[in-house]
Design a protein around this ligand. Sequence first.
Ligand code: NAD
Length: 246
Amino acid sequence: MLLQGKTALISGASRGIGRDIATKFAEHGAFVGINYNSSEKDAKQVLKIIEDKNGRGILLKGDIANLRDVENMVTTFVKEAHHIDILVNNAGIYVRNKFKDLPLESWRRVLDVNLNGCYNLCKCSLPFIPEGGRIIFISSQLAFKGSAHGADYATSKAGMLGLMRSLALELAPRKILVNAVAPGTIDTDIIAHYTKEMRKKREAEIPLGRLGKPEEIANVCLFLASHLSSYITGETINVNGGLYIH
Ligand code: NAD
């Protein structure tokens, strides 16, 4: 039980990596805020999984790109949980487009969700994050490599790292630790556009020979959220099966 008595708000927790972070944190004793935007049914299912194992949590509906939504989510969470020990900036979107075909609206929406959503969540949560708290960002290997089919996505994920490092410096005096995880290719709905051939090709490129599992990202988040990471801040942990070694 690494998070006994802690409270954690996780954005985009209705499926994929966010769902595994929420269930893992709850298994370790945290009271979890399960944010979702549209998929209420999936979010309820996540809460049910948690409650079936005697864990505790709350559903938080809201579009993280919308500051008012995030204010409401945080208010609702804090009413129940009193503070936010751990904030996980997980929610994100990817739209496959070459830059030459990328419409301005799409560029803006990806940055609004993936990057400005982090601003909204950090800004609203910070007054409630106590000493010893944690902020975790789910970035991407593409923050380092760039992306020939997702300049907006790669830009947003690189921007997250700038915010992460800046907050790590600013919040160190308050003993709040701020870190990021940069996943490689993880088997979730975000890669639903992969054809069988694309998947095979990607698996062959990965030194460990397979895609990652959402739980493998959740495990690293658990480490970063727990006392085990007490001397780490401003760091990015790459979890990519060797696909991109720095
Ligand atoms: P996913 O599509 O399964 O999950 C994304 C989650 O974010 C969903 O629950 C979705 O409802 C939520 N979301 C999207 N827009 C939202 C909004 N405006 N407000 C609130 N919630 C919103 O994908 P995933 O793979 O689980 O992705 C989780 C995070 O991991 C994302 O930030 C993604 O960029 C990142 N990531 C994923 C991979 C991968 O290969 N799966 C690789 C690198 C980084």
